[in-house]
Ligand binder design. Structure first.
Ligand code: SF4
Length: 302
C-alpha cells in the first residue's frame, strides 16, 4: 500500500506559535487559558498536567478567571471581552493569530464606513464570536440558505479564516443575487495556511482510494476535511491518534492518503503514518518526505 501525505497539513502557524508561547510560560499555575488553545485532547491534557487552568469555550461567556494572568488563544476574543478582563485586574497574555486580528480590523473598518458586516462562517464558533462581539450590527451566515435581503445600502462581506473558498463564493453570489440594490464590498479574510491545506487536500483526492484524517473529535476544520473526502465519494477515516487505526480499513487498497487538521501535532501525524506502514502488506517503507508548505502532494511508497 502506498501512503500519500498531503504536503500542507497539520498545525497551522497561528496555533503553532500560540502553543510555543504557552510552553514557554514559567508559572503555568498562575495562568488560565481562556478557551481551548487547540482542539486536541492530547495537548489539552498535557497543558492541564503542567498546571494551567482552563475555562472552556462553552463557559467563557462573561467568565472572569481567578488567576492573575489570562491567556487569549489564537482564535482571539472581542475587544469588549478583553476590556472586561483588564477592568477585572487581569493581565492578558495575547496569542491571537495575526491573521485573525486582520479579520477584526476588516470588520471594524467596514462597520465604521457604514456597511452591515456579513460574516461567512459558523455561528457560535469562538473565532466568529470574537469578531462579531465588537460589532453593534452584523449577520453570520453559515450557508447560502441563510442569506436574505438585508435592506441595506452597503454590505461588507468577510469570512471566518477557515472557510472553504468555494463555499464562500457560493454564499457571496447569493448575497449579491438577493441584494441587487446594495453596494457589496468584499474583504478576503480566508487565511493562507488554510487555503494551502485545502488545495493540498484537493490534489490528494485525485491520487488516493481512501483518506485517513487526523485530528481532534471536536476540531471543526478536521470535520470539514472529512466531509470533503466524503463529498468526493471516498471513504474517510477520522482518527485522533494511531491507536484509532483499524488495519481492516486498508484491505485491498493500493493508495491511501493522509491529511490532518490544524490542531494536530507533527508527532501524531508521524505515528499514524508509521503505523499505517506497518499495517500495509509491504514490509518495506521508503519513508514519508518532510512536510512542505507547497499546495501539492508528495508520494511516499511503503
Ligand atoms: S487557521 Fe489561519 S487564522 Fe486560524 S490560527 Fe491558524 S493560521 Fe491563524
Amino acid at each position: 500500500m502506498r501512503i500519500v501525505r498531503a504536503c500542507a497539513m497539520g498545525m497551522c502557524p497561528g496555533v503553532r506559535n500560540a502553543l510555543k508561547r504557552v510552553l514557554s510560560i514559567e508559572h503555568p499555575e498562575q495562568v488560565t487559558i481562556f478557551g481551548d488553545l487547540v482542539h486536541n485532547e492530547v495537548v489539552l491534557a498535557e497543558l492541564e498536567r503542567r498546571g494551567f487552568r482552563r475555562i472552556s469555550e462553552a463557559e467563557r461567556e462573561g467568565a472572569v478567571p481567578t488567576t492573575r494572568d489570562v491567556l487569549i488563544t489564537a482564535h482571539g476574543i472581542s475587544d469588549r471581552d478583553r476590556r472586561r478582563l483588564e477592568v477585572a485586574g487581569k493581565r492578558v497574555i495575547d496569542t491571537t493569530c495575526p491573521l485573525v486580528r486582520r479579520i477584526h480590523v476588516a470588520a471594524r473598518a467596514l462597520s465604521e464606513r457604514g456597511h452591515l458586516v456579513v460574516m461567512i462562517g459558523r455561528p457560535g464558533h469562538v473565532e466568529v464570536n470574537g469578531v462579531v462581539g465588537d460589532l453593534d450590527r452584523c449577520e453570520v451566515v453559515p450557508d447560502p440558505g441563510a442569506v436574505r435581503n438585508y435592506r441595506e445600502e452597503r454590505l461588507g462581506v468577510i469570512c471566518q479564516s477557515t472557510v472553504r473558498p468555494e463555499h464562500a463564493r457560493r454564499i457571496l453570489a447569493r448575497v449579491r443575487r438577493l441584494n441587487p440594490g446594495s453596494e457589496v464590498r468584499v474583504v478576503d479574510t480566508i487565511c493562507r495556511p488554510t487555503r494551502l491545506r485545502q488545495q493540498a487536500m484537493e490534489s490528494l483526492l485525485d491520487l488516493v482510494q481512501a483518506v485517513v484524517v487526523i485530528g481532534g473529535r471536536h476540531s471543526n476544520n478536521t470535520r470539514q476535511l472529512v466531509h470533503r473526502v466524503e463529498a468526493r465519494g471516498l471513504p474517510a477515516y477520522h482518527v485522533q491518534s494511531a491507536a484509532d487505526l483499524d488495519p481492516s480499513w486498508f484491505r485491498g487498497l493500493e493508495t491511501v492518503g493522509v491529511t490532518a487538521g490544524t490542531s494536530t501535532l507533527d508527532r501524531t501525524i508521524d505515528e499514524v503514518c508509521s503505523d499505517m506502514s506497518l499495517a500495509s502488506s509491504s514490509s518495506v517503507r521508503a519513508g514519508c518526505p518532510g512536510r512542505q508548505s507547497r499546495p501539492w502532494s508528495s508520494v511516499a511508497a511503503t
